[in-house]
Every structure is written in C-alpha cells, then in structure tokens.
Design a protein around this ligand. Structure first.
Ligand code: NDP
Ligand code: 8X3
Length: 253
C-alpha cells in the first residue's frame, strides 16, 4: 500500500534522491524546500514518471509560523504522513571557531536544529494520534566525531543525534519509529553551499576517492523505512568504503 512520505529539502542531493526512490516504490510525496522552480519541476517529473501524487510545500524550515501554517493547511488527504524525512540542512564555512562567521552559525543552527524541531513539532502530533509513523533524521558522521574547523556544523549534527534519541524515548509509547541516518561524504551540492559557490574547492572534497551518491543514501533510508512494524533501525552510519570516520578518508595520490 502506498504511503505518504514528507521530505524536507527535496530540491537537491539526498532529499531529491529520496523523492525519486520513494516515488519509484509508488509512495505519495510531500516535497519541501525554498526553491519553488525546482519543486515544481520535480513534482511534474515524479508524477509523470511514476504516476504518484506529489504535493509541494514551498517553505523555509527556519520560519516557524510558515511551517505551522503549511502543515495545518495540508488538505485532508495529505495529513496522515507515514514517513517524515528531516533532511533539510547545510554547512556554511570551515573555519576555526575564533574566526567563524556568527551569521553562518545562526543559519546552521536555525536550519539544522530549529528547522528540524519545527517540522517535527508540526507533523509528529498526527502520527501520535494515529499511533503510526516513522521519522528519519539526517545526521552526519560530523555528529559522531568533531573535525577541525567543523565546530558549529558538527555541533548541530550532534544535536540532531541527541534529538533523535529524545524523540525515540518520548514517542516510544505511541509506536513511532525514529531513525537517525549519519552519512559520510556524499557528493551533492553540500560542499558548493558550504564554500559559498566555490565549485573548485567543493570538487576537491571528493577527489581521490569514490564518494557516496545521494542515491546510495536514499536506498539505505528507504530500506530503514521498509522493515516490518516490530523492527526499527535506531542509528545508522553510512560512509564510502574509503572513509573510516569523519577524520579519515583514504585518498589516492
Ligand atoms: P544539498 O545542498 O544538495 O541539499 C540540501 C537541501 O536542504 C536542499 O534541498 C535545500 O533546499 C534544503 N534546505 C537548506 N536550507 C533549507 C531551509 N532553510 N529550508 C528548507 N530547505 C532547506 O545537500 P545534501 O543533500 O548533501 O544535504 C542534505 C542533508 O544531508 C543535510 O542535512 C546535510 O547536513 C546532510 N549530510 C550531507 C552530507 C554530504 O556529504 N553531502 C553528509 C552527511 C550529512 P533549498 O535550498 O531549495 O531550500
Ligand atoms: C557532511 C559530511 O564530513 O563534510 O555532514 O561534515 S562532512
């Protein structure tokens, strides 16, 4: 039976690959993000290719009021979200803490932590009322190991890990599954965003080894949400084979 899957940050990278993976399986999708043109394009493409229903929520997860209003305004047939993938997130900059840009810190904290909380606060009550649902939070290997100059980004992902644990405890009586997925290096727009459009510097991040693709991660997320009702993967780390953890990537040459 098809599910309703809500994905934050579906305009690019892991979120977009998740949209394709779930659509391929026949699930209906609520896709969100700030870039309206990309959302509309993706909606059309998934509807045409897979014959699924796709609902667009054009929003910035940092805007609590618009998140609340958008979820409240979902048509009745879209309200019973089965799977929420809290994926929207970003890193900005890679500098020692004493040289970091506090404006970048605000964006990372507001998006990666507060945005995830706002979306969860809006959608989880429906899951709890129905005693059915699965929340997937996208963390990072940066949650597991702080790396040099990663300071605030790593802290936001550590917070995602803590909040995933908190949700698992709080939602336990209601049978809601909570899975934290922590990817290592995935070649997406992530590094272009982190280095503020410097595509050469971004490309260097993935040189000398084979990084994960967004589709690799989407396959794993799909697997986590396709297990029998009594089985839950709580916390999962996925890296390229060439990566041991946030610190060690074996690069050729
Ligand atoms: P991308 O930059 O390719 O995608 C990020 C997505 O997040 C976009 O769809 C973007 O949409 C959305 N987004 C960012 N800010 C907001 C916002 N304020 N409101 C709504 N949507 C927002 O990167 P990835 O796919 O790699 O990143 C996805 C997640 O995976 C992030 O949480 C990231 O931290 C995490 N991650 C990435 C890794 C990697 O190596 N790539 C490794 C580990 C974790 P739009 O701009 O249209 O709003
Ligand atoms: C993204 C992976 O190593 O750039 O979370 O932090 S890393």
């Amino acid at each position: 039976m098809s599910r309703i899957v809500c994905i934050t940050g579906a305009t690019s990278g892991i979120g977009k690959a998740c949209a394709a993976r779930y659509a391929q399986a026949g699930d209906d999708l609520i896709i969100t993000g700030r870039r309206a043109d990309r959302l509309q394009q993706l909606q059309q493409q998934l509807q045409d290719q897979h014959g699924v229903r796709v609902y667009v929520l054009h929003l910035d997860v940092r805007d609590r009021t618009s998140v609340e209003k958008a979820v409240q305004a979902l048509p009745a047939e879209w309200q019973a979200v089965d799977v929420l993938i809290n994926n929207a997130g970003l890193a900005l900059g890679l500098q020692s803490l004493h040289e970091g840009n506090p404006a970048d810190w605000d964006v990372m904290i507001d998006t990666n932590i507060k945005g995830l909380l706002y979306v969860t606060r809006a959608i989880a009550p429906g899951m709890i009322a129905r005693r059915q649902g699965h929340i997937v939070n996208i963390g990072s290997t940066a949650a597991k190991d702080t790396y040099p100059n990663g300071n605030v980004y790593c802290a936001t992902k550590r917070a995602v890990e803590a909040l995933s644990e908190a949700m698992r405890i709080d939602f336990l009586p209601y049978g809601i599954k909570v899975t934290a997925v922590h990817p290592g290096a995935v070649e997406t727009e992530f590094s272009v965003v982190r280095f503020k459009g410097d595509t050469q510097r971004a490309a260097q991040v993935y040189q000398g080894f084979q990084p994960l693709t967004a589709a690799d991660v989407a396959d794993v997320i799909f697997y986590c949400t396709s297990l029998p009702p009594h089985v839950c993967i709580n916390d999962l780390v996925i890296t390229p084979t060439a990566q041991a953890n946030a610190h060690f990537i074996h690069k050729n040459g």
